[in-house]
Design a protein around this ligand. Structure first.
Ligand code: AMP
Length: 583
């Protein structure tokens, strides 16, 4: 078996790796580090959680340790799709380069240009950036990319989803032809293949089998229910009620949880609703300004915040070691996202619980998820009984679930053929068989992503219906705006700085990065206090962009209604992620 000492890394890097507690390289590290150190291009097909960040940072630090940066001319460039991922890569650099003198700058949106300019002016060895912010700096004439010797593209498939590929192509054209490229993607969509064929030169291809099953430490369950009425207001209200009941049923062992929604608007609504009902909950998604996002994540990592309501992109790849529960308020429309989401819990050998709510319209997603994980998600009894609201107090809960919009039908609908034991008590639901998170470094067929292909036809990625307000672009230089709608870095970056500036650049990393996650105290969980009943109704805010007049009291402070506008059908169903959290 390969060991880190076999990899020709700088001894100071090796020391940092040992201090980080790593004993053996992961398959992507064992495969990518040697060719990277030889100066070859690398195409790494691996997803987050496989150790891919170290697979490019360790060789980069080793190579960059020889030489110094010149003012405004970074020697290397790492491009990440979201601000949080960029910040996480920066954190990795800090860890692995602690014994090597290297400078770095983090260029992400939502942070003032001025501080970033100052760092660039001094000269940095490593520039970690989201594409939009990097181009903004370049266009302002503050950045010269002629000295970039190593360029990393991380999570290229997510860049594609978010509409950043034109930016990436443009950046490839701005860095020297002779640079070394390290390119990472979880899957190889045709567009990604085209990019790699165009911009990589005879790359070493290292493919790590995608994670098709969840960690064996994660107990998965699905609560199926059918809303009592077809109208969306009732269905949404009942779903929130069901979520609360599911949380309450886990009160004994739920120290904290990430609750995933498919759409940003639902992230806000669910967070508001939970707060209204006394839960310690905050939303995180790409429309929130960076300082807010940083504070929220910081609080969650430190154990001060118990429930993080998140969109996929906002939470994707974030490495928070101790999350006891994941709730899928919505089943994700892309099967891989199910694996990513539930992988936020059960990390590093800890146990975790992942509970999903499924409604009949989720059947197509559920089929794809179960096909991907190779078996049914064990069904659990619904913790909240429709038409019996008075008797719905669940173990460990102080909340009652009286709601005149309670579901009129039982949640257990037949799913013949899937083999799930729906009547099995939730607490003893079997765990899904698991395989290791990373498989051997042997080539596998390019990962198929049926959901990806379906996406453009059914649920096109691109959060057009929820895209953020555009910032005042008056001071922005002319540029190619073809995909601007998906660049929330640029769309939101300025205008949020004043007075409430997020730290998050260069040596001034966001606080949450510098802090380790506090293990939750062992004491009993805080009680949930239901203050009010959920009597709200919510119409299709995505299609109309309008909060209905009937909106619930419990989300009365939810985002202000936007004016009704025409939304193309395809846009109206776009999921939460695109343009979320991005650059
Ligand atoms: P990544 O895929 O880069 O997001 O890494 C996922 C997690 O694996 C991070 O928490 C890393 O600190 C950790 N990690 C990376 N490499 C190793 C290794 N060789 N041994 C153990 N843990 C690792």
């Amino acid at each position: 078996m390969t060991s880190f000492s076999d990899l020709n890394l700088n001894p100071k890097v090796l020391k940092a790796v040992t201090e980080a507690g790593y004993e053996t390289p992961t398959p992507i590290q064992a495969g990518a580090i040697p060719p990277a150190l030889e100066g070859r291009d690398v195409l790494g097909i691996a997803q987050t959680g496989t150790g891919k960040t170290a697979s490019f940072t360790l060789p980069m630090i080793t190579i960059l340790a020889r030489g110094r940066a010149r003012a405004r001319m970074p020697r290397s460039l790492v491009l990440c799709p979201t601000r949080e991922l960029a910040a996480q890569v920066a954190e990795n650099f800090d860890t692995y380069a602690q014994h090597v003198k290297l400078t770095k700058a983090l260029l992400i949106g939502g942070v003032s240009f001025k501080e970033q300019d100052m760092l660039i002016d001094k000269g940095v060895d490593v520039l970690i950036a989201t594409p939009g912010r990097l181009l903004d700096h370049f266009e302002r004439g503050k950045l010269i990319l002629n000295d970039v010797k190593i360029m990393v593209v991380d999570e290229a498939d997510r860049m594609l989803d978010m509409g950043f590929i034109p930016d990436i192509e443009r950046i490839f054209g701005l860095v020297p032809f002779t640079r070394q490229t390290l390119f990472f993607s979880a899957t190889m969509a045709p567009e990604i293949e085209r990019i790699t064929n165009t911009f990589l030169s005879n790359p070493a291809r290292i493919e790590v089998a995608r994670q098709a099953t969840a960690s064996e430490t994660i107990e998965q369950r699905l609560i199926e229910f059918r809303p009592s009425r077809r109208d969306r207001e009732t269905a949404a209200s009942e779903k929130r009620e069901m979520l609360r009941a599911a949380i309450n049923a886990e009160a004994e062992r739920c120290t904290n949880a990430i609750i995933f929604c498919n759409r940003k608007v639902d992230v806000d609504i669910v967070a508001k609703s939970l707060k209204k009902h006394g839960y310690d909950a905050e939303p995180i998604h790409g429309d929130l300004d960076q300082s807010h996002r940083t504070r929220t994540l910081d609080g969650f990592r430190e154990g001060k915040l118990r429930f993080l309501i998140a969109s996929d992109v906002a939470a994707r790849g974030l490495d928070i070691p101790s999350v006891s529960h994941v709730f899928n308020y919505d089943l994700p429309s892309h099967a891989e996202d199910y694996i990513h989401r539930i992988g936020r819990t059960g990390r590093a050998g800890r146990s975790g619980v992942a509970i999903s709510l499924g409604v009949p319209s989720d059947d197509k997603y559920l089929g794809a998820i179960e096909a991907l994980i190779g078996g049914p998600i064990p069904r659990a009894d619904a913790p909240w009984a429709p038409n019996a609201a008075a008797a719905t107090t669940t173990p460990g809960s102080t909340a009652t679930a009286e709601d005149d919009s309670a579901p009129r039908s039982r949640s257990r609908r037949s799913r013949g053929g899937r083999g799930a034991k729906r009547d099995e008590p939730a607490a003893i639901a079997p765990r899904v068989e698991a395989s290791p998170a990373v498989a051997a470094v042997e080539p596998v067929e390019p990962a198929q992503r049926p959901a990806r292909t379906e996406r453009s036809e059914q649920t096109p990625r691109g959060e057009h219906s929820e895209r953020p307000e555009r910032e005042d672009r008056a001071d922005r230089p002319a540029r190619d705006h073809r995909h601007d709608r998906n660049r929330d870095d640029r769309n939101r970056g300025r205008g949020h700085d004043g007075g409430d500036r997020a730290m998050g650049m260069g040596d001034h990393l966001p606080d949450f990065i510098a802090k380790s996650f506090d293990e939750r105290r062992g004491g009993p969980p805080r009680p949930f206090v239901a203050e009010d009943e959920d009597s709200d109704t919510v119409t299709d805010v995505v299609e109309t962009q309008t909060q209905p007049a009937t909106i619930a009291e419990d989300i009365a402070d939810a985002p202000k209604p936007k004016r009704r506008r025409r939304v193309k059908k395809a846009e109206a169903v776009a999921p939460a992620e695109t343009a979320d959290a991005a650059a």
